[in-house]
Design a protein around this ligand. Sequence first.
Ligand code: SF4
Length: 324
Amino acid sequence: MAKDFCTEYDFRISDVISWIKKNGFRRVLLQLPEGFMRCFDLISERITEVLDVEIVVSANPSFGPCLVDEISARLLNADAIVHFGHLEYPRYRPTIPTLFVPTEWKYMERNWLEEELSRIAGSGKKVVVVTVAQHVSAVREVCKRLGLEFRGVMLGCYIPIDKSFEGTLAVVAGGDFHCVSAYLYSATANMDVVCIDPYSMTSKSGADVGEKVLRTRVWKVVECLNAKKWLIVDGLLGQNRELIVAEIVRLVKERKGVAHRVNALRIDENYLRNLGAENFDCIVITACPRIAVDDLKKFERPVLTPGEAIMVLRGSIERYVYPW
Ligand code: SF4
C-alpha cells in the first residue's frame, strides 16, 4: 500500500541522480515531509542502484521549505541535501547545496480543473491562481490554457499576492490548510477566496473554512490585550526570525512588560508545558504562524502568531494581520 502511494508522486529521481553526479557529492542527506517519509527507502534504493553515493535520511521536522535540515547535514558530514515536497522558501536560503524537488502528484484531472477555474472566472471578477508544490506544473498549464494569471506556489505563511489585489484568489490544494491561510490573509483585503481540492474534486469558499478560525484568532488576540509577561518561542533554520523577535521584545518592554525568548526545532503542547506555560500571560510562536493557528488553538494559555502579537502590542486591533 505504501508503495502505491509513493508511485503517485514524481520524485524526479533522474534529476536527483544527475545533480548528485554532476556535483560529485559523496554523502547526501534526504529530507521528506511527514506524509512522504514512507517513500524514503524507495528513493534511496533507486539512487544507490545507479550511483555510488551514501544516503543518510533526516527524520527531523520538514513541515515546510523553511526547515531544510542543515543541522543534521553538518553533523553527519553530508555534502548536500535533497529536500522533497517543497520549492525554495522565499525568506531563507540554506548554506549547504540543496536541491528542492516539488514531488508533483501525477493524477491531477486537468479537464476538471479547467472547468472549475472557468466557472470561477465566469463571475466576471479578476481571478488569480495559486497552488502548492505538488500541483505546480498542472496548474500552470491549465492557467495558460485559460489565459488566467498564475502566481505560483503559496505556503502556509506566504501568499504571493499583494493585499491591494481586488478580485478572487483561487487556491488549488488538497485539504483545508492552505485555504485557511489564504482566508486569514484576505480577511482585511478586498478579495474573496475559493479553494479547489484536486484530490476530492470539490471546491468551496474560503469563508466556509476560515471564518470560524478567524473568530478564534480574534478571541486569542483579545485574551492577550492586558498581558504583562510574554513568552516568545522562535525556531531554527528558516524559522529563526530575529527581527520579528526583536520587534516583539521592544514592544513588550515599551509597555513595561517582561518578555522571555526560547528557540526550538519542534514546538507542541508538551514543550510549552515543560517551559512552565502557566507562568506567562501570553505566548507568541514566531517560528511558524500555523503552530498557533492549528496545533495550539486549544492550549490553556493564549498563543498568538507574530502578526497577532504585533497587533496587540501596537494597539491596532481593528485590523487583523496574518501572518506577520
Ligand atoms: S513557517 Fe510554517 S507555514 Fe511557513 S513555510 Fe515554514 S512550516 Fe510552512
